[in-house]
Design a binder for this molecule. Structure first.
Ligand SMILES: Cc1ncc(COP(=O)(O)O)c(C=O)c1O
Length: 425
């Protein structure tokens, strides 16, 4: 629960508001799991079962879709509910000021989590918005070149290409190679694609397609040495990986709260390095900006879902209670189980690399000749949430496990795929 509201106050709010739908959810009835506190995270080894208890996911449901949208733990839901109730019942000016202050607390937490300063943090609505703020906010024109990675999300690549048509710069693409040819390959490919006109390098650290990992730190340093601006799309790394921006030193880094951080929906982050700030235009001018650094000029977005902004900070604290490194190790360990066990099934073609340093926690594979949409429907029938990839580019099923998953979830997913392959659909 957010520090500015104690449990008594929370209960009182709900008492006069009638029964909140959330609190009547079966998972909150009876003995709700106690909140996660540092003593519940055992020294040296996290009690993952108690982490799972923090989520509404019923025992019979296996959610393996973190790359798309993550469930939030109940403390996020409680924070959003409690502050929304307060906003709609006692919206006194003092409370509105308190809400603005708590946005700054979220900024502090994001800065410490990413090893940046609060002056470099903008709280956006999602990665799509953050990426687009970058492609709109840099003054580029004829003679300039933007270097992108072919696997980037449309909020990155489509945005650069469409804006190139309008502003007259050119876009060059480094193609992804399947299977992942190694970090040295990509370092060379990006280095060779750079010309004297290259102004920006935009890439993702961890792909949503096949879970390939790029050498983000090395690419940022290589670009920096050449005076090239870097945008690292962190949608698939923020909240999953231990991101150290003080070490990587990108110019921009984007992420969404509702993916791997398991935060509230429709909140996100854009890091803008101090060096960049003079040359970065705001994309939106309105009221309710932040009060520090770049947020004073670049974050005035009008009325926002302030309870979600508060919950975003509370969720960063939740991640920190467990430890981002531990979360990364856990998710990668579960992904390794999937890669190894699925690869051992007859007919499975694994798109995700086997080498651990080349992948993260996204696992994509083709289950024999089965159609991905039919497999997705069968998985749903069996209580397993996944994603399907159609088309000819690495088609199949994507599982993306996270720290709320258990070994049982993995076994269940593998057994389901094995059964479909043996019996057909
Ligand atoms: C690499 C990458 N960037 C950006 C996005 C967009 O994220 P959002 O929908 O939260 O804006 C996604 C979504 O899957 C993604 O995988």
């Amino acid at each position: 629960m957010n520090g500015s509201m104690d449990r008594r106050e929370f209960t009182r709010l709900f008492a006069f508001g009638g029964s909140a739908a959330l609190l009547s959810h079966p998972r909150f009835k009876g003995v709700a799991a106690p909140p996660l506190t540092p003593d519940r995270v055992r020294s040296g080894a996290v009690d993952w079962a108690s982490v799972r208890e923090q989520f509404l996911i019923p025992e019979e449901v296996t959610v393996l879709n973190a790359a798309n949208l993550c469930p939030a733990p109940r403390q996020v839901l409680e924070t959003v509910q409690a502050h929304t109730a307060r906003l709609d019942s006692e919206p006194f000016p003092s409370y509105r000021s308190e809400v603005q202050a708590s946005k700054e607390r979220t900024r502090d937490l994001l800065a410490s989590h990413l090893r940046a300063t609060p002056e470099e943090i903008l709280i956006t609505r999602n990665t799509s918005e953050a990426n687009n703020w970058v492609s709109t906010g840099l003054a580029l024109g004829p003679g300039d070149e933007v270097l992108i990675f072919s696997d980037n999300h449309p909020s990155n690549n489509t945005a650069w290409k469409k804006k190139a048509e309008r502003f007259g710069y050119t876009v060059t693409e480094v193609p992804h190679v399947d299977p992942h040819p190694g970090h040295e390959y990509y370092m060379r490919a990006f280095e060779e694609a750079i010309t004297s006109n290259t102004r920006v390098l935009a890439f993702m650290q961890h792909t949503n397609t096949s879970g390939d990992v790029l050498p983000a730190r090395e690419l940022c340093w290589m670009a920096k040495e050449r005076g090239i601006v870097t945008l690292v799309d962190g949608a698939q790394s923020f909240g999953l990986m231990d991101v150290d921006l003080a070490d990587w030193r990108p110019d921009f880094f984007s992420g969404s709260a509702h993916k791997w951080p398991c935060g509230p929906k429709e909140t996100g982050v854009l890091f803008v390095s101090r060096d960049m700030q003079e040359n970065f235009w705001p994309s939106i001018y309105s009221a309710y900006s932040g009060s520090r650094g770049l947020s004073r000029t670049h974050e005035g977005m009008g009325q926002r879902d302030t309870p979600a902004l508060q919950a975003f900070g509370a969720q960063i604290e939740f991640l920190q209670t467990i430890g981002q490194h531990e979360i990364e190790m856990r998710s990668r360990e579960l992904a390794t189980m999937l890669v190894e066990e699925l690869s051992a099934l007859d007919g499975v073609h694994m798109w995700t690399p086997h080498q651990i340093e080349r992948r993260g926690a996204v696992v994509t594979f083709q289950p024999g000749t089965l159609r991905s949409q039919e497999v997705l429907a069968a998985l749903e029938h069996d209580g397993i949430v996944a994603a399907a990839r159609g088309g000819s580019d690495r088609p199949g099923i994507r599982f993306s496990p996270h720290f709320y998953n258990t070994e049982d979830d993995i076994e269940r997913a593998v057994a389901a795929i094995k059964g479909y392959l043996q019996r057909g659909l």
